[in-house]
Design a protein around this ligand. Sequence first.
Ligand code: SF4
Length: 444
Amino acid sequence: MATTPIRGGSGALAHVESVHALHPDVPLEAVVKEDLLRRGVWFTPEALAAHRDYAAKSYFIFSFDRRPLAEMQGEERDRAPEEISLSGGPFGFKRVIVSVRLDPESPWKVELVDDRVTLVCEGTSVAEVGFAPRPPYYGMKTADGTPVVEVAPTIEWGYLLYLTVFRLCQYFGRDEECRFCDINENFRQQRALGRPYYPVKPVERVLDALRLAVGAGASAKAYTLTGGSITTELDGLDEASFYVRYAEAIEAEFPGRWIGKMVVQALPIESVKRIRAAGIRIYHPNYEVWDADKFRLICPGKERYVGRDTWIRRILDSVDVFGVGKVIPNFVGGVEMSKPHGFAHVKDALASAEEGLDFMMARGVIPRFTTWCPEPLSELGADNPPAPLEYHVGLLSVYRRTLEKHGLAAPPGYGEPGLGNAVFSVSAFMDVLDASRGTVPLDA
Ligand code: SF4
């Protein structure tokens, strides 16, 4: 991999180079990946036409775009791939997998250069680009006529079936929705374009989609059951009961076939035990932002319905049920720098994130993070630029250092760690971990 300057000057690549110089322990591939995730990327029609069989962006839960769909036009919007791989090229990249977040104005473009699909930044070729492989069951429909990709898309380069069984969140409006989140607005924009996009997936439809995936030979190793929070009832069920019924049905028909993961609120311990008893192996009670004051301001629904102190206590309590390393709450890397509530300085934001990681990892919890992409239909995304690249790259260093300090391996349920192996696409945390330290065993 090249360590010499990329091109100098004041553009986006020069900025990548200068941030990489501050963190030489972070591979250049990971720095570029974080910049793509925070800024977005755009495709030329020629580049899209050069690949045939690939998985198009499924909008598996949020928009993860830097522009509303209505402001982007044409096949570049409708045919963009779910993920891209970056490899080779003038800097000899080892492979990294990057989730696609669209922005026609991004300095990052995927173009045809000398007949090769290439990542280009302001005129400079950076890496060769592959598109996410098309799972063998895509194009099929469930028995009730629903496109299977709406029910059970695959992300992470074929590793993860993503089952958003409730596409809305009952945290509703400005005083409840997490302020970085566009789940409800994304639902509206998908429907406005006439796309098949349904609020609740019947259990039988999910099972049918999984049957199609299995029958076609899909290679996924894990599934995630997820969706919005349920503050009252849905289908006459509270949150735990609503989501547990999917896990029970999947595990009854496909016992132990995949690593089952579930994203729900931080629930009381009796509910957590029910989730584990249903066959779920990994629990994601996402805390989103560590700092106590910012949690209350940025996640007002979580504060209102559960409260930050209770949220944290329930995360810790759930280790007794799931085991060390199998409670994996997400936080949204970068949102703690958003205006008007966020930190003004990178070092303060990193210190807060490190405090949270240290607190959790000392207690057997291994958080993970996604890279914040300000989605314009979310409250914070409407007025904020992305967080500084210095923050995102600094966070990769902080994460790896804190994990090693506590003698922990990579969290399970994400595939292999390490550059060239990792498939987790929405942040580079798995790319920067030491592959030789392995993964926390699922059965320990
Ligand atoms: S809990 Fe927050 S992040 Fe999750 S879907 Fe609801 S509003 Fe979005």
